[in-house]
Design a binder for this molecule. Structure first.
Ligand code: CP
Length: 330
């Protein structure tokens, strides 16, 4: 298990323990603070300027790709990218393993998103068996896991509740397509690190949270309840994490059978939400959050996506063991 001492591959959120989560949040805040002055931004840009990163995103992405790309730019890391496999030698029949090994010949870290579950883990196992392994970061693997999204979600929750005792003791609702949403699956796996957290799953029955995640919560004594009725639970929530229907995984239009208005936040729902609660969403959004909600101070999703860049800066700083150097910047 990973403690606060070191970080190499980032594949499964279950490796993260509280000291490392707290350290990553502190690193993200440190980088954010340094970037506010030209001198600080230049020092950050020098920090990892001898490093190179491969951004291998063969499944669509806007913010994960851009936040990793810009996190690299913040730290001076030069980037290469493949976003369309038809432009790589995979079209000539090169295997996935040979492609990954080739990337590792040129760069110091591989950040990857794939449509298939388990590909990042496969790449990490490959790296562990070669003479020059480089770390692999899972930037979203199928409908399975999205660990750096979970880290930025933790950072957002921590910042939002920093004057209310942090994440410990909070009631966190997760709503939408919980069955196929990798962000909520990964976030659930981090909850074991916080004391007294309670989860409330609000989902259509056919898109309820999967048994493997519930078994993990049971194993770690994290209480959760499940409902299809948002109105019954909304007033009790400190945070509501809204997700879209993951229509890309439909095989026969299953998402169309959901009455989405029952799993949405609009201005009528705002009046039932606590004044100090927050609304999160990993984005991109569909109709489940009315754009009118954006004006409400409890809407945290745009700050959440920006937090993603700083958390990915923190992850890269930690992987390259530059935390002492960032602390020493004057
Ligand atoms: N939250 C998230 O993963 O967004 P993208 O799919 O745009 O990267």
């Amino acid at each position: 298990m990973t403690d606060s001492a070191s970080l190499f591959h980032v594949i499964d959120p279950r490796i993260f323990k509280r000291p490392l989560l707290d350290q990553l949040c502190a690193l993200a805040t440190r980088a954010r603070s340094l970037s506010r002055t030209d001198q600080g931004a230049r020092a950050l840009h020098d920090l990892l300027s001898t490093r190179r990163a491969m951004l291998y995103f063969t499944q669509p992405s806007t913010r994960t790709f851009l936040s990793f790309s810009n996190a690299c730019h913040v730290l001076g890391i030069r980037t290469s990218e493949i976003r369309d496999p038809s432009t790589s030698s995979e079209v000539k029949g090169e295997s996935f393993e040979d492609s990954i090994r080739t990337f590792s010949s040129y760069v110091d870290v591989i950040v990857m998103r794939t449509k298939e579950s388990g590909r990042a883990a496969q790449a990490a196992r490959l790296m562990d068996g070669i003479p020059r392994p480089v770390p692999v970061i899972n930037a979203g693997s199928g409908s399975d896991q999205h660990p750096t999204q979970a880290l930025l979600d933790i950072y957002t929750l921590q910042r939002s509740f920093e004057n209310r005792g942090g994440i410990d003791g909070k009631v966190i609702g997760m709503m939408g397509d919980l069955k196929r949403g990798r962000t909520v699956r990964s976030l659930c796996y981090l909850m074991k690190n916080y004391v007294g957290v309670r989860l409330v799953f609000i989902a259509p029955q056919q898109f309820a949270m999967e048994p493997d995640v519930k078994a993990h919560l049971d194993e770690h004594g994290i209480p959760y309840t499940e409902t299809t009725r948002l109105a019954d639970v909304l007033p009790a929530l400190d945070a509501i994490y809204v997700t879209r229907m993951q229509t890309e995984w439909d095989t026969a239009g299953e998402s169309r059978n959901v009455e989405l208005s029952q799993f949405s936040i609009g201005t009528p729902e705002l009046s039932a939400l606590r004044p100090d609660a927050i609304i999160m969403h990993p984005l991109p959004r569909g109709p489940e959050i009315d754009p009118a909600v954006d004006q409400d101070p409890r809407a945290m999703y745009w700050r959440q996506e920006r937090n993603g860049m700083w958390m990915r800066v923190a992850v890269l700083v930690k992987i390259f063991a530059a935390e002492d150097r960032i602390a020493a910047i004057g």
